[in-house]
Design a protein around this ligand. Structure first.
Ligand SMILES: CCCCCCCCCCCC(=O)SCCNC(=O)CCNC(=O)[C@H](O)C(C)(C)COP(=O)(O)OP(=O)(O)OC[C@H]1O[C@@H](n2cnc3c(N)ncnc32)[C@H](O)[C@@H]1OP(=O)(O)O
Length: 215
């Protein structure tokens, strides 16, 4: 992808935040509220007599947002301008309601890491994180690790090993690190740990390829 100018381990200090932490802006507050709605819908009593009204009100909000939406092409240009690269993705994006969102920092040793606690919308097995969600978090984290290392690409392979169930409702540490670069091939590894134990580990092969930003 064309990531534009972004911090790298060569140019920035230990602990540099690489993704967009949620801010106190209307769009971030609205997205946080949507995240809260997603979770509340899963948790509320199925017999809640007001669900019909909830559906009407949520559809009303969606209609309002749709009425104020520019053409998708135009919106995409705006989305990918400036800092946009980390504001809308499904892992770290504060503007994306399906993102937890995970905040990642770059370390002086070349790794990137962040902490996140996942809740009911990300459930796979009872009380545990869905394996696809873990793969999503790690794919993106490896992508950010590549950007931090200064050579990024597109995922060609992601080999995922699930060592033990990944718990919901507990702090998880997500990390990634570029291992080596061989021409256009980039090898990157990562893991999700809970209470110091590895739940998921990945090895990724990325290929250096630039997908231009919409203009
Ligand atoms: C702070 C800002 C943060 C911002 C950070 C944001 C991070 C976002 C991270 C998101 C990451 C994603 O989800 S990316 C989206 C998911 N991935 C994709 O959609 C990729 C779809 N696939 C493709 O576009 C393509 O197949 C590519 C790019 C992977 C490769 O195509 P290509 O460019 O034509 O390259 P090609 O000539 O085929 O291959 C080049 C060399 O790589 C090898 N190769 C290619 N594919 C594979 C493969 N799957 N497995 C093994 N080897 C492979 C070839 O054999 C060849 O080796 P040799 O003959 O040279 O030895």
């Amino acid at each position: 992808m064309d990531l534009g100018n972004h911090p790298t381990v060569e140019s920035h200090s230990d602990g540099t935040v690489l993704t967009s932490a949620p801010q106190d802006t209307p769009v971030d507050r609205a997205t946080a509220a949507a995240r809260r709605v997603l979770e509340a819908l899963l948790l509320t009593d199925r017999a809640n007599a007001n669900l019909e009204r909830v559906a009407e009100e949520l559809n009303g909000i969606a209609e309002h947002l749709e009425q104020h939406a520019p053409e998708v092409r135009e919106r995409m240009v705006d989305m990918w301008s400036g800092e946009g690269v980390t504001r809308h993705d499904p892992v770290t994006g504060p503007e994306n309601a399906i993102a937890p969102p995970l905040v990642l920092a770059g370390m002086a040793d070349g790794s990137v890491r962040g902490e996140v606690t996942l809740t009911i919308p990300y459930q796979g097995p009872p009380g545990c994180v869905h394996g696809g969600v873990s793969a999503l978090l790690l794919d993106h984290t490896l992508g950010v690790a590549n950007a931090w290392a200064g050579k990024d690409g597109m995922t060609a392979q992601l080999n995922v090993r699930y060592h033990r169930p990944t718990p919901l409702f507990r702090p998880l540490t997500v990390q990634g690190r570029q291992e080596s670069v061989d021409g256009r091939k980039i090898h990157t590894i990562g893991s999700i740990t809970a209470d110091g134990e590895v739940c998921v580990s990945v090895e990724g092969l990325f290929i250096d390829k630039k997908v231009p930003r919409p203009r």
